[in-house]
Design a protein around this ligand. Structure first.
Ligand code: MLT
Length: 412
């Protein structure tokens, strides 16, 4: 028998959303008549926008013709999509189409990008956090032993709680890699321009690299909240950015996203002794992707392109508006109960601090049992998430209204 990658054995038994699905399925089996309202995983429920469907079916039809048929696509993604992305979001920020890498979503990119760094790299994550950041580094051997406090000894945790308004402090110990997700999953909080500048300045001074997950930027409603880290001067030299069509255009099933890897962003390679040389991360990512990935389907890239057209943008804005209306209702329901609530303004997630530090998995089970509403226990996002709970605005409007009514009658 061959030895396995023992780092996997350090991971929690199952991925957070798999564990939630397991518990919900067990409940459904025991209560087949009960209507379940799923506001746990941030999965969209509205149909794809008409502009996307039109582009998708046109691209499908092309595949039936000699002239329109496509085999393997360009390795970084089709230029038509990369140029649409630049025109829409990056033209004034100094990013070019050759710095965009199209993929099948941000989850894979944020999970894979750490491969470009040495095994002993130190990572910093906010706590609570999207579990992919921690788990992918644990798989790569950067976690070290899991302590009784639920923290991996090798990872720097940056607590985000109601006390610091969910804004992490700069780490004292220098990380090689800093994961930031803003608007934040799960807390729904944001960093304003001044706060984000502190991180860019820190990364420049300490020679760290920021992995900036901007999957929720389209949900920002307030001014002075940056949509891209490259709005901050100097970020091109220290940050890679990840974006996704999943939440803003309903692509969780279709799958498309992209990474922005600026040419100016580099890491170090040891040459022996004290000598090091700079290595462009863009070149390494190109090498990695061309080796391990064959690209997002042509038809999906055409669909993604349609979200950047004036019509597509209007339709996506309407989708987002509906989800944010749901988030507002959830937010207000918890606020009426006198609880500390974050999110639901610039992000589709509502993060609630439970009374008296209630155990969040116990709350998950009680809420499901009593109301049939599924949320996500804060502890699933990290130790600082214990005592908190997340609901998403991605449900159907009528279901969200019903969930809020059920919540009104539920004693916390
Ligand atoms: C979430 O619920 O946190 C997200 O849907 C997970 C994801 O995007 O992978």
């Amino acid at each position: 028998m061959s030895f396995v990658n023992a780092n996997y054995l350090n991971l929690p038994g199952s991925y957070l959303f798999s564990e939630i699905a397991r518990r919900v399925n067990a409940y459904v089996e025991d209560n087949p008549k009960r209507k379940i309202i799923r506001l746990g995983i941030g999965d969209v429920t509205s149909p794809l926008p008409p502009a996307v469907i039109t582009a998708l079916s046109r691209a499908v039809d092309e595949q039936a013709t000699d002239s329109g048929f496509r085999g393997y696509g360009p390795e970084q993604g089709y230029l038509f999509l990369r140029e649409a992305v630049i025109a829409d979001a990056y033209r004034d920020l100094g990013v070019g189409a050759d710095e965009i890498f199209v993929s099948d979503g941000a989850k894979c990119d944020v999970g894979n990008f750490q491969e470009l760094f040495s095994a002993d790299s130190k990572i910093a994550i906010t706590d609570p956090v999207y579990p992919v950041y921690a788990d992918s580094n644990v798989m790569a051997g950067r976690g070290g032993p899991l302590g009784e406090d639920g923290r991996f000894a090798g990872i720097i945790y940056l607590p985000c709680t109601a006390e610091n308004a969910f804004v992490p402090a700069l780490p004292e110990e220098r990380p090689d890699i800093i994961y930031l997700c803003y608007p934040n999953n799960p807390t729904g909080s944001v960093l304003d321009r001044g706060e984000l500048k502190k991180w860019v300045d820190y990364a420049r001074e300490r020679e760290s690299v920021i992995f900036f997950d901007a999957a929720y930027e389209a949900f920002i409603s307030e001014t002075d909240i940056p949509h891209s880290i490259y709005e901050i001067e100097g970020a091109l030299e220290v940050a890679v950015e990840f974006r996704s069509y999943s939440k803003m255009s309903g692509f969780t099933g279709l799958r498309c996203g992209f990474a922005v890897v600026p040419r100016a962003l580099s890491g170090r390679a040891a040459l022996g002794g004290e000598k090091v040389r700079k290595v462009a991360l863009r070149d390494l990512w190109m090498r990695r992707q061309t080796t391990k990935y064959n690209g997002c389907p042509y038809i999906v890239q055409r669909a993604a392109e349609a979200t950047h057209s004036p019509e597509g943008k209007r339709q996506c804005a309407a989708l987002i508006g509906g989800y944010m209306q749901n988030a507002r209702l959830i937010r207000e329901a918890f606020a009426r109960k006198g609880l500390v609530v974050s999110g639901g303004i610039n992000a589709p997630y509502v993060w609630v601090t439970l009374p008296g530090g209630t155990d969040s998995w116990r709350f998950f089970d009680a809420l499901l049992r009593e109301t049939g509403v599924v949320g996500t226990p804060g502890a699933g996002f990290g130790p600082s998430g214990e005592g908190c709970f997340r609901l998403t605005g991605f449900g159907r409007a009528e279901d969200t209204i019903e969930a809020v009514e059920r919540l009104e009658n539920f004693t916390l």
